[in-house]
Structure formats: C-alpha cells, structure tokens
Design a protein around this ligand. Structure first.
Ligand SMILES: Nc1nc2c(c(=O)[nH]1)N[C@H]1C(S)=C(S)[C@@H](COP(=O)(O)OP(=O)(O)OC[C@H]3O[C@@H](n4cnc5c(N)ncnc54)[C@H](O)[C@@H]3O)O[C@H]1N2
Ligand code: MOO
Length: 432
C-alpha cells in the first residue's frame, strides 16, 4: 500500500480499500434449502444431471404428426386427413407410435410420441375424436421443443460465486437441487462508544444523544447480507471498551463507531494494543468519514468508524460493505454505478474525494442528480432523502449544472421511488 501522503497525512480511499480487501478472508460454506437461498452466493458449481426438457415435448395444444404426411404444397385446396390413434395430455407418456397416415392428439408440454416429428396447432385443423383434417403446411419439427434445449446433461448451469436470484432458484428446482452449498453470512458485531450516548431502551435524558449508529449500521449489515450482533454501548473507559470488544470477537467483523478522532486516539489505541490488535489509524482523503481505524483483533477484522452518523454510514459503504461482500463469496464488491448529469453548483478543495448524498432521477431517458441539501456529517436526513452517493473525485474543484458525475446507487430500486419527491422540488422531507 502507498503510505499516507507525507504532506497531508491523508490516505487515499482506494489504498485503504485495498488494505481492507487484502486482509479479508472468504468464509466457509454451509448447506441450505433453496427456499432460504435468495440473495446468497453459491459455493459450488451446479452441473445438470439430466437434460431439460427431459424429452422432446409439444409447444402447442394440437396433433403430433409425421411431416412426410402433411408436407403437401396446397394444404387449403387439398387438406390431408389423418386418423387420431391416441390422446396424450401433459403428464402422460404416449403408449403408441405415430405411423403413416396417423396422428396423436397432444397437449402443450406432453412428450412427443415416437414416429412424430411435427406438431400442428389445433386451430389449424378440423377434427373429430377419430380424425384430423390438416389445412396448413408446417415446416418439419414445428412446435416441438427438443430434449435438452434449455439444459444439457453435464453442463455447468450456474457457476460457483453466482448470487441466487429468483431465476437461479427456479433453475435449482428444475435440476432437483433442494439443498445447495452457499457461502456463510458474515456475523458483524456492532459497538457504539461514548459516554454521551443513550440506547433506545434507556431512560430518555436531555444530556444524552440517542445511539442511532448501531441501528443504522445493523440495517446496513442486513442489507449487505450479514447478521448483525448488537453489543450495545461502551462507556468511555478502557475497561468498558475492552470488555465490550471481547464480546464481539466471536463474530467475523467488529464494527465500532465513535472514538476515532484526534482526542480519542490515545485511549482507544491503548485498548487495542492490550488486546493484541494490529490497527491502522487513517486520516482518509474523503468527506465525510476522515478518521478511520482498521486492522485485526485476534484475527478478526475490526473497523473503527467515525461517530458522526453520516460519516459512519458512508465509511461503512466504502469499506465495511465491500469486505462483507468478499467474505460472503461475491465476485464484485461495489454498488452499481451510473453516470448522471449534475444539476447544481458545488465547489470543494482538491484534497479529498467527496460522497455527496444525492437524489437521482431519470428524465426523458437521462439520469439527472442533485444533492439532498445540507451535507454536514451530522445531517442524517441526507441519508433518508438520498437514493445515491455522488462520487466527486479528489482532484475536482467545482461542479456546474450539466457536468457529468458518477453516482453509486444505494439500495436497489430506491431511486425510482425517490423520483417523485425530487420532482416535487425543494430539499425538505415532506410526508403525506
Ligand atoms: N480535532 C479534531 N477533531 C475532530 C476531527 C479532527 O480531525 N480533528 N475529525 C472530525 C471528524 S471529520 C469526525 S467524523 C469526528 C469523528 O469523531 P469520533 O469518531 O471520535 O466520534 P465522536 O467524537 O465519538 O462522535 C462524533 C459525533 O457523532 C456522534 N455520535 C457518536 N456515536 C454516535 C452514535 N452511536 N449514534 C449517534 N451519534 C453518535 C457524537 O455525539 C458526536 O456528535 O471527529 C471530528 N473531530
Ligand atoms: O469525516 Mo467527518 O466524518 O467529516 O465528519
């Protein structure tokens, strides 16, 4: 890793991300029911043990025939009459073979009988229980779905490392895989620090600040597919911090929030040292989220996120979430990214990369983005309004309306839901 810049003492985010990902292990596998597999990452290649469909079958309700019998050029003037020798509904195997001058009535999905190589749609015929008149010529093989057209026995159908979506779940069922191996979900212990904090179950007091970070981080952990373990609040004493941290060391990741700014370093550092931790204390070249601690405590990944509520969420996004995704077997660790047209004026110093909370909309096919308003690191409503983070590179000094920017999409389809709010104008939240 490149060391922090000698002049500024700042560490670039991508350098910090590399350190984090290099230190992050991939978790082991567990076997689960496909009913629980949505969103999980496959830990095995899924190889087809049989063809799908398992036999040639009809794509239409109609009659299975021999193409030789119906190939005449003027079907309408000279319709062919065939005798119907059997009915084959879906779910039944035909017992007879189609011979010259014969047809078998067949339903969509039913196996094509031996001898037949073409299916005629029922609406292109005139029929009685015993016979069928054919008025339309069809090419050989029409309306037959051949064996193995979807899946060929022996092929790898879903590769290890694939995230299971509804399509994969259906395919696993087709392949009769009721249980599959997936990567384990990371367990993330969450600890908020600070005497100023009160938890939700404590008596409300005017002097205290409600611990919101634990709950925002817990939700972010769940959204990233992990299991949050709330350790509560560590009071500002070395003993309290040490004890709480030790409770979190059976998790895969420990996330602390607060206590990483200048004033708190000495105390936190001493506790880490006592626990045998190897920690980096970074000043990241980003805003929000400058002070950040990362390392390993007794082999477990440990993050010290800044206490300001937005800073903790943004640093979780940029550093903890990628580590969680790597742990749980994903092949890419970032959010979806799009280019959008910036709608405002913005300026900054050229020493930090900024993550502005943004509202992305799509108007006449063009992505447009504006900020949520005040970008202070204590303005948690900015995260409530935002559907994306606008990623403004370190070297950019100003943005004008019309400039192209890169945005990281937060939480899936949220940007669609937010469009209406953005259109209604203004930065204020409005309900009802
Ligand atoms: N002299 C300096 N002071 C600060 C610097 C600096 O470089 N030099 N950096 C500032 C920046 S940037 C940030 S971010 C914060 C980070 O501070 P800490 O991580 O030590 O966090 P605290 O001081 O404990 O808290 C900051 C702020 O956040 C509130 N907070 C903390 N925990 C929670 C929680 N669980 N839920 C809700 N809110 C929480 C806390 O009350 C404070 O308002 O340091 C700056 N200072
Ligand atoms: O980085 Mo602090 O997180 O800017 O407020």
């Amino acid at each position: 890793m490149k060391a922090a810049d000698a002049m500024t003492g700042l560490t670039q985010l991508h350098d910090a991300q590399k350190v984090v990902l290099d230190a992050t292990p991939v978790l082991g596998l567990e076997k689960i029911s496909i009913l629980d597999a949505l969103g999980r990452v496959l830990g095995e290649d899924i190889v087809a043990e049989r063809d799908n469909p398992p036999w040639d079958n009809s794509a239409m309700d109609g009659f299975a025939v021999r193409w030789e019998d119906i190939k005449q050029e003027h079907a309408i003037q000279k319709p062919v009459t065939l005798s119907v020798i059997e009915d084959v509904p879906a779910g039944k195997m035909p017992s007879k073979a189609v011979g010259p001058g014969q047809a078998i009535r067949i339903m969509t999905g039913a196996p094509v009988p031996r001898g037949a190589d073409t299916v005629l749609k029922v609406e292109d015929t005139e029929h009685t229980p015993d016979s069928v008149r054919v008025f339309k010529a069809e090419p050989r093989g029409a309306n037959i779905r051949p064996q193995g057209e979807d899946v060929k026995k022996g092929d790898c159908i879903i590769a290890k490392g694939t995230r299971i979506r509804p399509g994969e779940a259906g395919m696993l069922a087709i392949l009769a895989k009721s249980f599959v191996f997936v990567y384990q979900r990371p367990r993330v212990a969450i600890l908020s620090t600070g005497d100023e904090l009160a938890d939700l179950d404590e008596r409300f007091s005017e002097e205290k600040i409600i611990n919101s970070n634990s709950y925002g981080i817990a939700a972010a952990v769940q959204e990233a597919g992990g299991i949050p373990l709330l350790l509560g609040i560590a009071r500002d004493t070395p003993a309290a911090l040490k004890e709480k941290i030790s409770h979190g060391l059976n998790a895969d990741i420990l996330v602390l929030s607060g206590g990483v700014s200048m004033g708190d370093y000495d105390f936190t550092k001493a506790v880490f040292r006592d626990l045998g931790a190897e920690m980096n204390f970074w000043k990241l070249a980003i805003r929000p989220g400058q002070p950040l601690a990362f390392g390993k405590i007794q082999g477990k990944l440990a993050f010290g996120l800044p206490g300001n509520p937005v800073s903790s969420m943004v640093t979780f996004e940029q550093l903890v979430r990628p580590a969680m995704l790597k742990m749980s077997g994903h092949r890419s660790y970032g959010r979806p990214v799009v280019e959008a047209v910036f709608q405002e004026k913005f300026s900054k110093r050229t020493d930090r990369r900024h993550f502005l909370r943004g509202i992305l909309t799509r108007e006449e096919g063009v992505f447009k983005v504006r900020t949520t308003g005040d970008q202070g690191s204590g303005i948690l409503t900015s995260m409530v309004k935002a559907n994306c983070l606008i990623d403004v590179p370190v070297e950019v000094e100003r943005l004008n309306p019309g400039d192209a920017v890169t945005v990281q999409l937060l939480s899936g389809d949220a940007w669609l839901a937010k469009s209406e709010h953005a259109h209604s104008g203004g930065h204020r939240l409005s309900c009802c």
